[in-house]
Ligand binder design. Structure first.
Ligand code: SF4
Ligand code: SF4
Length: 186
């Protein structure tokens, strides 16, 4: 059985203990908080990378990604080739009044078209304004932090290695051509 007044004594003990400590109140909005680099504030869309594969919209547990698109026929890359069709994005929107910031859409996007930005100051008085359309999602890309540098001991990314090899091959070809030209002129 609790001793009468023990709750009050406990409460006073907590008050006494904490009143001598330094306050840790953040002075937001006068002072901006120092957020961790991987903060989930808002989602940015890098439209150029989006192939309208719909994976993000299908995997979103809240069904709050809205995508509309149409198909376009692309002429063959080489004469005699076949025409191809590709999806063209008409609408890409995220309703942040429904989003639960799980990050699944960003994880599943196979083409690196979605990114977290630490921006969080986008409260609205009208809930409809929390549906950010593609232009607004693109604007958030400016606030996406740079990815951390690679570990110096890490393996070179495949894309970089391939690009470096091609550049070296081209440079070698050009050098050989220049040498041959000099020999011919001599
Ligand atoms: S973070 Fe989660 S809830 Fe929000 S849009 Fe992406 S998948 Fe949907
Ligand atoms: S998963 Fe990525 S590429 Fe596919 S529709 Fe979503 S944003 Fe675009």
């Amino acid at each position: 059985m609790a001793i009468p007044g023990s709750g009050l004594a406990k409460g006073l003990a907590v008050t006494l203990r904490t009143m001598t400590r330094r306050s840790i109140t953040d002075q937001y909005p006068d002072v901006q908080p120092e957020l961790p680099p991987r903060t989930r504030g808002v989602i940015g869309l890098f439209e150029e990378n989006c192939t309208v594969c719909m994976l993000c919209a299908r995997e979103c547990p809240d069904w709050c990604i809205y995508i509309d698109s149409h198909k376009e026929t692309v002429p063959p890359a080489a004469p005699g080739g076949r025409e191809r069709s590709r999806n063209v994005l008409d609408r890409f929107a995220i309703d942040f009044s429904l989003c639960m910031y799980c990050g699944i859409c960003i994880e599943v996007c196979p083409f690196d078209a979605l990114f977290w930005s630490p921006e969080f100051e986008y409260a609205e008085t009208d809930i409809h304004e929390l549906t950010h359309e593609r232009d607004k999602l693109r604007e958030w890309m400016w606030t996406v932090p740079e990815p951390p540098a690679l570990d110096p001991a890490a393996e070179e990314p495949k894309e970089l290695a391939a690009a470096r090899k091609t550049a070296e091959k081209l440079a070698a070809q050009q050098a050989a051509e220049a040498e041959k030209k000099q020999e011919d002129e001599a």
